[in-house]
Design a protein around this ligand. Sequence first.
Ligand code: COA
Length: 275
Amino acid sequence: MLESTFRSGLLAGKNAFVAGGTSGINLGIAEAFARYGARVAVMSRNQLKVDDAITHLSQWDKRAIGYVADVRDYAAVERALQNFHTNAGEIDLVVSGAAGNFLAPAAEMSANAFRTVVEIDLLGTFNVLRAAYALLRKPGASLISISAPQSTIVSYGQVHAAAAKAGVDMVTRSLAVEWGADGIRVNAIVPGPIDGMEGMARLAPTPAARKAVRASCPLGKFGNTEDVAGLALFLASDAGRYMTGTVTYCDGGQVLTMAGTLTPAAVKRMLASEG
Ligand code: COA
């Protein structure tokens, strides 16, 4: 589908670093960047996932490279970015997508649990974008952070992710303002219900739950990783050259119905089924 939308050399000559790019939505973005001609690097905590992602991405980018680092560890993130810069040159595209989440009602959530998600999602986003700054192509770089509907819609059992992702939105906007003069664009994507993702499988495990998710979307269906990659391609390419500081939903319109699927009853059901 994307093939008919974007020309094949769209990102030729661009160097792209995708934090969290070894699975799910982020791997879908890394794949799209590679398919459209970028040289890609991915980073995650897990060596096996990095190895699998590189095998996959090598179909389109023989020089695809992977790094093992935790986004909470600034020095490790900086080392990975510097190594990519040394190998590939100035970095054109950065995606900060590493995230962690679990369901936990606030009254049962430890302070450490709250801190863990805030550190992965929010501090991790700042770390990746901040460490990239000195290595970016200026002007011209495009940075994309991955937010979530929780940043604006309150969902039961998600106080940590809500706080973290609201912070991600504001980091995105702040950096857009501060780095605009360097010719750096910074935007956020808010993926909606994307089929096949770990979180969605836990959120909507039954046909009835899947039907309810579809019904909450004006477009009446789940999205897929290619749908999110299409928005990332737009923001990464020249097509999005006047876009900065935006927080854009890619969710089939679900946010408009305000039909967050994490209702108290749904969360209690899920927690009970997890034992
Ligand atoms: N419910 C409540 N608390 C939880 C929890 C859950 N399901 N999972 C983790 N925590 C708490 C831990 O108990 C710990 O707090 P404590 O020290 O007070 O007990 C704290 O969170 C840190 O947990 P830990 O497992 O040590 O952190 P980690 O850095 O190794 O991993 C996650 C954190 C979020 C990555 C991990 O919980 C996880 O694997 N989540 C599911 C996978 C995932 O997040 N995928 C991405 C979806 S966007």
